[in-house]
Design a protein around this ligand. Structure first.
Ligand code: FAD
Length: 475
């Protein structure tokens, strides 16, 4: 219980006692506390069944004040906590490592305000991303973030992981779209940075401390999100290509010809398509090709957008860049094409620990060059190695599906090899999923000591007792 499979030793935290439980019961009432073993399961295990903790309590506050009281009490009593949103994190950041108290945002799901002039929505951290988007649709607005987990992930989790997703190429990331944050520090103090102004250059931009810090610096309770006008017209194209050189040339042409209406560029390789076929019984909508590109345009003038897309398509075929493709503009057809991409992750859940997944950024010239050495290195243990992802942002999701579970030693050796290759190619070992638990031990290798030193000082200042999401990000 004090040392787990990750060879992490339990920190010197208190264990949960009767008097702690009584305090939480008085604060929240019994109905907002989970202690039943079978009910605890879904909070202790991550989405992909890779990581398991053994917390014996989940707390479900509804207000910032309740979060503040919980944290103040935990800090005084040296109880470690694990903030949790939709628990869709990929790197074990959202589940406890030992017996941390889980604080879930499940019941913090109120929309506080919408300014229809500026498009700024203010809401509690536990609002589900898709619910926010459905609400915004009725107002002619859109959330500037779209990911496969949108029906489950919470906006607080999105902020805490600085989530990327499909629309980043058009709208940018959370650092650009989040105007304000309210968060609670480890000692219970509420930090009010909940500005809704687009421009506010007054002092340090503290909200950025909470964006992407994965629950290690504070508990996000409210966010103010800038939302653009909902594009009236969407087109999706699904293209088949012969090799990666042509994928790159097509991408360049796409940026030139579609410019401001280009809202997503996703790549899928052949082994990924085979995986999709096996897992979801879904075939490529255009037959088989070595590479596929999924492109989306979002704009406000139907004719203009369609002309741009068909102009691009004709030119790409004429130049021999694209071998085949289809275009759709009806919502049902668009959804069907998108489902090919969005359903890839369905198969990962069943694989659990028989899989290694990497979310990496690489310069475009080497984006796909990394695959071959990894296939070669893992050929004895892997069933298949495939790559897909948000190519428009230089972000590749590289997947190694293992023949059977491997020892922690082999897993570590493969990780070391992959990460070395990424660093050799001047890439990043985490493009959009963060560090969580699974990548924390690599921080020393990937960040300069000067950055790590400053990160540790910031952590010490914000959370001197280290109760917030221990064992994650910084070891
Ligand atoms: P959780 O998983 O619950 O938590 C994530 C981290 O944030 C944890 O460290 C947790 O402690 C912390 N946290 C959560 N809430 C708070 C809070 N209120 N205050 C402080 N800390 C908090 N990610 C992408 O970036 N792009 C994608 O395209 C993408 N696609 C995905 C597709 C699928 C099918 C799945 C399962 C995941 C995908 N992800 C993607 C990863 C994941 O969905 C995102 O990281 C998401 O932002 C996590 O939100 P969540 O509410 O589930 O957070």
């Amino acid at each position: 219980f004090t040392k787990n499979r990750y060879k992490i030793t339990r920190g010197n935290y208190n264990y949960l006692h009767e008097e702690h439980i009584h305090y939480f019961q008085n604060l929240l009432g019994e109905s907002r506390i989970v202690m039943d073993l079978s009910d605890l399961e879904k909070y202790n295990v991550d989405w992909f069944n890779q990581v398991r903790g053994c917390s014996s309590i989940v707390l479900k506050p509804k207000t910032t004040e309740e979060v503040s009281n919980i944290l103040r009490f935990c800090d005084l009593n040296k109880l470690a906590v694990c903030p949790q949103g939709g628990n869709t994190s990929v790197l074990g950041g959202s589940v406890p490592v030992f017996d941390e108290v889980i604080i879930s945002t499940e019941l913090m799901n109120e929309i506080v305000d919408l300014d229809e002039h500026s498009g700024v929505i203010t809401c509690q951290a536990g609002c589900i991303l898709e619910n926010i988007d459905n609400y915004l649709e009725t107002k002619g607005l859109i959330v500037p973030l779209d990911l496969g987990a949108k029906g489950t992930c919470h906006i607080g989790g999105n902020v805490s992981t600085n989530a990327g997703g499909m629309r980043l190429i058009q709208f940018g990331n959370m650092h650009g779209n989040i105007l304000g944050i309210e968060a609670v520090k480890a000692n219970g103090d509420v930090v009010d940075c909940l500005s809704t102004l687009k421009k506010d250059n007054t002092g340090y931009h503290l909200k950025h401390l909470f964006i992407g810090s994965e629950g290690t610096l504070g508990f996000v309770t409210k966010v103010a999100l800038q939302c653009p006008a909902r594009p009236k017209f969407r087109n999706v194209a699904f293209l088949g290509l012969q090799n990666f050189v042509k994928v790159l040339k097509t991408f360049k042409l796409l940026r030139q010809r579609l410019a401001e209406i280009l809202s997503a560029v996703e790549v899928i390789d052949t082994p990924t398509m085979e995986f999709i076929k096996n897992v979801n019984s879904q075939n490529s909508p255009i037959g088989e090709y070595p590479f596929y590109l999924m492109i989306e345009t979002s704009g406000s003038n139907e004719r203009h957008d369609e002309e741009k897309l068909s102009g691009f398509f004709e030119e790409a075929i004429h130049k021999g860049l694209v071998l085949n493709g289809i275009v759709a503009n009806e919502p049902a057809k668009i959804q069907k094409i998108w489902s090919v991409r969005e359903n890839i992750a369905n198969g990962f859940k069943a694989r659990g620990s028989k899989m290694l997944q990497y979310d990496i950024s690489l310069p475009f010239k080497d984006y796909y060059n990394i695959m071959e050495p990894i296939r070669e290195y893992t050929k004895d243990v892997s069933e298949t190695v495939f790559g897909f992802g948000h190519m428009g942002d230089g972000n590749l999701h590289l997947q190694i599906i293992l023949k059977s579970d491997v020892t922690e030693k082999i897993r570590s050796k493969i990780n070391d090899f992959v990460f070395e290759k990424i660093l050799e190619l001047k890439g990043s070992i985490s493009a959009e999923h963060g560090i969580g638990l699974l990548k924390a031990k690599y921080m020393d290798k990937i960040k300069p000591q000067s950055s790590i030193k400053l990160m540790k000082s910031v952590k010490k200042l914000m959370d001197p007792n280290g109760i917030l999401n221990p064992y994650k990000v910084l070891l």
